[in-house]
Design a protein. Structure first.
Length: 190
């Protein structure tokens, strides 16, 4: 039987050396914690928040993130595609998500605010009604991605091929249209 830890705050803890206890964490808050390279396999995070934490390269095999908020966190190279799909729900603000994978992940209505998503993999992901507010998407992969009703008005540096992705009613800024036409190798004058 798995232990359940309720409403606990973890501050300035280093779990990189020793892995976080395998348990269900409900309503917990992680502040200034280091979980880089930690093995989070099989751990369930439910209604938790991470603030100023480093989870870079953590192992997320069969990890559950259910209504989890990340703020000002370093999340480099994370494989969210290996997490449990059931009730997967995350939101990010001020986070570095470079080289992270959301391959085939359902991210409906997910909010990314002031995030770096350089070379993140969104191939075959469902981003319906998601918001990319002031996000750097340099080199991010969109291939057979559903972006219907997504808001990329303030996102920048993205390249999205309209013929390889679903973008019905997605919102883009006039300057961002260049990222939709880049594959055609045309010159657009301001």
């Amino acid at each position: 039987m798995t232990d359940v830890i309720y409403d606990k705050t973890f501050e300035i803890s280093d779990f990189a050396e020793g892995d976080l206890k395998k348990a269900d964490y409900e309503g917990c808050t992680f502040v200034n914690c280091t979980l880089s390279n930690a093995n989070l396999t099989g751990i369930n995070f439910i209604d938790c928040s991470f603030s100023n934490c480093d989870l870079s390269m953590a192992t997320l095999n069969d990890t559950a993130f259910r209504d989890v908020r990340f703020k000002d966190c370093k999340l480099l190279g994370l494989r969210f595609d290996l997490c449990k799909e059931f009730l997967f729900e995350v939101n990010f603000e001020g986070c570095q998500l470079n080289l992270s994978s959301f391959f085939q992940r359902s991210l409906k209505k997910t909010r990314f605010k002031n995030c770096e998503l350089k070379e993140a993999d969104f191939a075959e992901a469902n981003l319906t009604e998601s918001v990319f507010d002031n996000c750097d998407l340099s080199g991010a992969i969109f291939d057979n991605t559903i972006l219907d009703k997504a808001n990329l008005v303030t996102a920048y540096s993205y390249t999205i091929a309209p013929d390889k992705n679903s973008i019905k009613k997605a919102m883009f800024s006039a300057s961002g249209v260049v990222g939709l036409l880049s594959k055609y190798d045309i010159v657009i004058e301001p």
